[in-house]
Design a protein around this ligand. Structure first.
Ligand code: FAD
Length: 245
């Protein structure tokens, strides 16, 4: 599957300088602040000042106006350098920088527990929430134990994925003709997620190349199907009532 990063990289290589500048004008400065610091370690970026955003319903921080231009300029410089170098695969940068980078984006200090929560939410490790055996059981015990999962909505698919990874045999039983649960059934015109697709997704599918930041139902359902297919190692079941492992 083409990952979202591949699509973004090819878009970047084709973009004109004006398009890049326009995109950076749209970028949220608090996000740029943490992301640029994570990628570059630039102390000037870390030193940009913030203040309470007076326009929000809740208390949010914003970069002070005088420093926003610096962030946008640094972001353009970074993208120029990155694409001149061929826009190759980009990793997340040094792990030890992550706590400060996250604090720069959030605009507040976070403790170790909050840091771990943020790491999960970022989906840097897609298996961070899965079962890890403390003492792996013998194969014959695994094989004689099986689990029946009722329903192939997001919840059931998640359980199937975790069971697959843990090596526990399972069967998913679904009353509908396809997987996706609510997203299979709800098809009124314009039906779509109301939280960003990147956030409303299984952690395992975080890099799915969404067609829109707020996907409509066919895409949302397709995401679920991909997840289900992956969970059953290629044995698809989207047109059957029973998804058997
Ligand atoms: C338009 C819309 C927008 C939404 N937007 C958001 C959003 O932005 N953010 C968010 O967090 N949530 C959103 N939701 C909520 C969404 O419903 C849930 O997040 C999620 O789909 C729930 O998954 P689930 O697996 O728990 O349940 P379901 O999706 O309901 O899956 C349950 C499955 O079990 C099957 N089943 C039930 N009983 C049986 C049985 N006896 N035998 C066999 N199969 C059975 C059903 O057919 C179904 O496939 C939205 C929902 C809709 C409709």
């Amino acid at each position: 599957m083409t990952e979202v990063a591949d699509l973004v990289r090819s878009e970047l290589l084709e973009a004109s300088p004006e398009q890049i500048e326009l995109a950076m004008q749209q970028a949220e400065p608090m996000v740029l602040r943490g992301l640029l610091y994570q990628l570059t370690g630039d102390d000037e970026v870390a030193a940009t000042r913030i203040e309470i955003d007076p326009t929000g319903f809740q208390t949010f921080m914003k970069v002070v106006d005088d420093d926003v231009a610096l962030l946008r300029r640094r972001a353009i410089e970074f993208l120029d350098g990155y694409r001149s170098a061929g826009a190759g695969s980009l990793d997340i940068g040094p792990e030890e920088r992550l706590p400060l980078s996250l604090q720069l984006t959030l605009g507040e200090e976070i403790n170790q527990e909050e840091f771990e929560f943020c790491l999960e939410e970022l989906a840097l490790d897609p298996w961070v929430r899965c079962l890890e055996w403390q003492l792996p059981p013998p194969q014959d015990r695994l094989e004689e134990f099986s689990v029946t999962v009722i329903g192939a909505g997001l919840g059931g698919l998640n359980v199937a994925l975790m069971l697959e990874r843990a090596g526990i045999p399972y069967t998913v039983i679904e009353k509908n003709a396809g997987v996706g649960g609510t997203w299979w059934e709800t098809r009124y015109p314009g039906a779509r997620v109301d939280t960003p697709s990147r956030g409303y997704t299984h952690i395992y599918g975080a890099h799915f190349p969404y067609s829109s930041p707020f996907c409509d139902w066919p895409r949302t359902s397709a995401t679920s199907t991909g997840l289900q297919t992956a969970s059953s190692c290629g044995r698809t079941s989207s047109s059957t009532r029973r998804c058997a492992r």
